[in-house]
Design a protein. Structure first.
Length: 317
């Protein structure tokens, strides 16, 4: 129960944090994305000739009678808010989120709650959630630094903690922020995470967080060179999982775990957190994947399910 809902919360918050807006009647300028990115993806896609026949005019307007769904960025917050308001009553005195069915902390539920709550503090002025967000952040950051993360899911903690820190930086006492920063600087990727040889999507999540940590100046001076080498090694090994269609091939190729790692890679590139030697290739991969995704989506925004055990599905978002 908590595992699935927190996965949903994570994806929704990722959309809220990362998107510049979802209004279909406007074309907002998004930092880091060139104006001709769509044309580039169409030109370089493996089925570019067929796409050119389907979309002969890149400047074509919507057909007559088309009406926008008028989905706004803020609309995602309503979905996030319902989850946070439920789980805030299941936060223990230390700050951890405890599953009401299994009566224990599960996977990355606490850092996911911290980010979701912090987002609501910032974007919906939910000041009542500031203390729960701070306590969840403190608990999760301490767990990551001390190798006590729930269910050995350290790989998933770091990007959510970095975004939570960014949101709460000006809202917490200096002493609290200093404690968080000390714990984040203590991280050594090879000793902290589990999948350190780019085995699957878990590794992509930690790479994102590591670049956000580096971008924030929270890599210890003694680790700056080694941490950069680690990220480049992982990205180089991950290339075997990138298809020509810009999609990610996790073991057994579940659809959900094509979208999931690409979301975190988009997060890594969004504000220039990663500008290393493979940035151009990563950007091109993501452009192609974005186009492939659009061709797989239904008109209502649903994507095909399948390929994931335990009915753990959140493709239809």
């Amino acid at each position: 129960m908590l595992k699935t809902l927190c996965a949903v919360m994570t994806v929704l918050v990722g959309l809220v944090v990362g998107l510049a807006g979802c209004q279909m009647n406007s074309r907002p300028s998004i930092p880091g994305i060139e104006a001709n990115a769509g044309a580039s993806a169409l030109r370089n896609h493996p089925v570019s000739q067929a796409l050119a026949q389907l979309f002969p005019d890149p400047n074509a307007k919507p057909p007559k009678g088309f009406e926008s769904g008028k989905i706004r960025r803020e609309d995602y917050l309503t979905l996030v808010e319902a989850n946070v308001d439920f789980y805030k009553s299941h936060q223990n005195a230390l700050g951890a989120i405890i599953d009401p069915v299994q009566n224990k902390e599960i996977q990355y539920s606490t850092p996911a709650f911290a980010l979701a709550a912090a987002t609501l503090v910032a974007d919906k002025k939910r000041e009542d959630l500031l203390d729960p967000a701070i306590r969840a952040m403190s608990f999760a950051a301490h767990a990551l630094a001390n190798h006590t993360t729930a269910d050995f899911h350290a790989d998933f903690y770091i990007p959510m903690l970095m975004h939570t820190r960014r949101i709460l930086e000006g809202r917490v006492p200096k002493e609290t922020l200093a404690t968080w920063d000390d714990e984040l600087r203590s991280i050594v990727p090879e000793k902290t995470y589990h999948f350190v040889h780019a085995e699957n999507n878990w590794n992509i999540v930690q790479i994102d967080g590591e670049m956000l940590r580096r971008h924030a100046g929270l890599v210890a001076t003694t680790q700056i060179s080694a941490q950069a080498s680690y990220v480049e090694m992982c990205l180089d090994l991950q290339r075997k999982n990138f298809t020509d269609f810009g999609m990610y091939t996790d073991p057994n190729m579940p659809m959900a775990y094509d979208a999931f790692p690409r979301m975190w890679m988009e997060d890594m590139m969004a504000d220039g957190a990663y500008d290393g030697p493979q940035a151009r290739e990563v950007n091109e991969f993501l452009r192609l994947g974005g186009l492939s995704t659009l061709m797989l989506l239904s008109p209502t925004g649903e994507w095909a399910t399948g390929g994931r055990s335990a009915n753990h599905q959140w493709n239809e978002r």
